[in-house]
Design a protein around this ligand. Sequence first.
Ligand code: ZN
Length: 297
Amino acid sequence: MFRYDDLIKEVDLFCRHGIETGTVGESELKQRIPYIFVGKKNGKYMIVQGAMHAREHLTALLVVCLAKHLVKNTRLPLDGGIYFIPMTNPDGVRLCQEGVGFIADKQRKSNLLTINGGSDFTLWKANADGVDLNVNFDAHWAEGVQNGYYKSACNYVGKCPFSAAETRALRDFTERLRPLVTLSYHLKGEEIYWEFGQKSHRRLRDKRYAEAISKYTGYPLVTLKGSVGGYKDWCIERFKIPAYTIEVGSDRFEHPFPYSQLSVILRQNLDLPRKLLNTVIRDRDRLADSGLDALYE
Ligand SMILES: [Zn+2]
């Protein structure tokens, strides 16, 4: 199992090898949310994030491995820079792996045990406040068919958009960077979500990249009606950029998802961030040269 402590050690290791690392922000319980940066500081960025849902902590290790792959293969051309955020929900991941033992606040502890209906948190998805981070973004917030309105292990939208410290941290980080594309890793199902009401040229563009991702990973594209408030949804609406949720891991397995599947998942995704960012950058540069970039605004 890949734990928050392991992540901090991995990040320190990147740092000691001269790779830029830093902090996106802090969780509700004041744990830092680290990033690893690989590539050029030329304003042409991508964000790749994982473990927004607690029980999907395998994706944190996946994102670390994707960053490592680029660090080890510097000969592969990379036209921009990639911010890897392996664990967007560190409190949730710890809760899921350790139970409430690490939480100091007695009231919070007992609330969480009540919400969860017991001390086994292995299937928990939310943060340490019972908010599902991937429905807490300001993109048709709380209009989803599966949205919940009470603190829970999953699906609770929060008091308002960005009520959670983790979603605020990712929002502010994304606003500062203005990435050209984002990838969010979730578990499970081997599917790609790409749509959030894009029209005309943007729709064609975002679908074209989605089809390229599908070809690379072997996962089909899926349209999910009534799913709102996610990071990808917010990126598409707020920045008019292509943004994708990739559900890795076969549905043949149940949660807690077996780490033995990591090698399969890695093979399916290994060079995807670099290839996608390069394609997006080259298309944008071509469009800017031809003066057609306004079509996508
Ligand atoms: Zn998820």
